[in-house]
Design a protein around this ligand. Structure first.
Ligand SMILES: [Zn+2]
Ligand SMILES: [Zn+2]
Length: 480
């Protein structure tokens, strides 16, 4: 991925920075590991009421020169969305966020290092390590007063390099310290960590998941337009054909073998009433996981989203169907591989960012025959199950390299039958990517071009729940 991005070096920024002493070849450090697909978002496109004061685009910063050619601020999408939530939460208190800096191309970090005297280098990030700003996961900001539009006084100026910048500094005016503490509390609640020596610097909690980048701002904005949500082809819902991918809930609905109960519907009344009209109503009771259902991130990832918290944008998105019916027919424990996915992309093109990926194994044909579907029908025993699903590397690749919104499968689990460590669940749910299980009738959905809506019951605090999932097909859309 780094290789792909290298072509988009921040040349304009270096050019505008004036003369830099000839330095050895400038390359970002190589990092081992799998990272999320970068998804830098310009903050003001999410909320134009955020204020910008990008001092690195002017000369009033510690370098004394304009190191950015444009006054823009970007963050990785989850961090950007969290920042907007903080900004809006502060509204009631009469404040908004004023951003000094967000994503910073690696070349600029290198420039800061090169122009800083040796005895001052402690205050700048070492380009050999990169900074969290380079990952699009750090933001420098302060509060502004909504009533006056003025910056709120803080215990120190932005970029101060002394103890007045420390978050524990107890001197200065009490009002300034209170404003600083309010900002820190609001950002912390939003999922950011303050840097203890700079009250204005906040790191997004998931910064480790993103690579060091050296895209210019304009290249970042172009990428967002090129493969972000905004680039999805428009879809005419009024002209679409709708396919139901949901199994009905009744007493044949399959639940996990160790589930103590299944779906139970009890008639409360069905028939004529003393008032002379007909009336029918039931109550129902069911475990969250069974039938066509959602796995919310918290199912295997403590602290992650519950069923009611999964954003609608992750539930309504373009669909991608990956077919492994042939492999699953030969091996009922088959696991999807990264090679299957790259082969899919060779035929259909790149899996779009934010897509819902659905794995078609052909298992729908076996529903609701418990033995055929699970590979075992021993009540209470989940130790000898046999059905196909995702492999952990493939799931990780989809989450990190393709930034998918959600994944689903037409078997009972996103981990294949023999799994007992549930690695796929852990990898995907930990990344806040929800899953759909026991999806029906994927044979009716083309591999590309469908639009999926997967709306679960909104159970507050739930780890999942019954799901109604449908596919919208373009008129005349090719079927497999
Ligand atoms: Zn489940
Ligand atoms: Zn599951």
């Amino acid at each position: 991925m780094r290789r792909l991005l290298a072509g988009a070096f921040a040349l304009s920024i270096l050019a505008s920075a004036g003369t830099v002493d000839a330095a050895p070849a400038a390359d970002p450090p190589h990092e081992a590991g799998i990272f999320r697909e970068p998804d830098l978002v310009e903050l003001t496109t999410l909320d134009p009421t955020l204020r910008l004061d990008v001092r690195y685009a002017r000369t009033d910063n510690f370098t004394g020169r304009a190191v950015y050619s444009e006054a823009r601020a970007f963050l990785q999408r989850p961090a950007a969305e969290a920042l907007v939530r903080v900004h809006r939460a502060l509204r009631d208190k009469g404040y908004g966020l004023m951003v000094f800096d967000g994503y910073r191309p690696w070349s600029v970090t290198k420039l800061f290092w090169d122009i800083t005297p040796a005895d001052q280098k402690v205050y700048v990030a070492d380009p050999a390590k990169g900074s969290r700003h380079n990952r699009g996961c750090a933001v420098d900001l302060t509060l502004f007063d909504l009533a006056t539009g003025r910056e709120v006084p803080m215990p120190s100026a932005y970029d101060a390099t002394n103890r007045t910048a420390h978050v524990t500094y107890a001197g200065g005016r009490a009002a300034a310290r209170a404003a600083r503490d309010l900002l820190i509390e609001a950002m912390t609640q939003g999922g950011f960590f303050v840097y203890p020596y700079e009250w204005w610097h906040y790191d997004w909690k998931d910064w480790r998941e993103y690579p060091i980048l050296d895209l210019s701002f304009s290249a970042a904005a172009a990428r967002a337009g090129a493969d972000g949500r905004t680039a999805w082809p428009s879809f005419d819902l009024a002209a679409a054909r709708v396919v139901d991918l949901t199994w009905a809930f009744d007493d044949t609905t399959l639940y996990w073998p160790s589930s103590p109960t299944g779906f139970e519907r009890t008639t409360l009344h069905h028939g004529p009433t003393p008032g002379g009209y007909f009336y029918s109503a039931s109550s129902f009771c069911a475990p969250e996981h069974g039938g066509t259902h959602l796995d919310a991130p918290i199912h295997f990832a403590e602290g992650r989203r519950t069923a009611d918290q999964v954003p609608l944008a992750q539930l309504i998105a373009p669909g991608v169907v990956v077919d492994v019916r042939r492999q699953a027919a030969a091996d009922r424990d088959y696991r999807l591989t990264v090679e299957d996915l790259t082969a899919w992309e060779q035929v259909h093109g790149r899996i779009p960012q934010g897509a819902i990926v659905l794995l078609r194994t052909g298992w729908s044909e076996r529903w609701p025959d418990r033995l055929g579907y699970f590979g075992s029908d021993t009540p209470g025993d989940a130790s000898s199950l046999h059905f196909p699903s995702y492999g952990v590397e493939a799931a990780e690749w989809l989450v990190r390299q393709r930034a998918i919104a959600a994944l689903g499968v037409d078997t009972a689990s996103i981990d294949h039958g023999p799994s007992n460590a549930f690695e796929v669940h852990r990898v995907t749910l930990e990344a806040d990517v929800p899953a759909f299980e026991n999806v029906a009738h994927l044979e009716q959905v083309p591999e590309t071009g469908a639009f999926i809506a997967a709306l679960p019951m909104k159970i507050a605090g739930g780890s999942g729940g019954p799901l109604r999932i449908v596919a919208f097909l373009r008129p005349g859309g090719a079927l497999p």
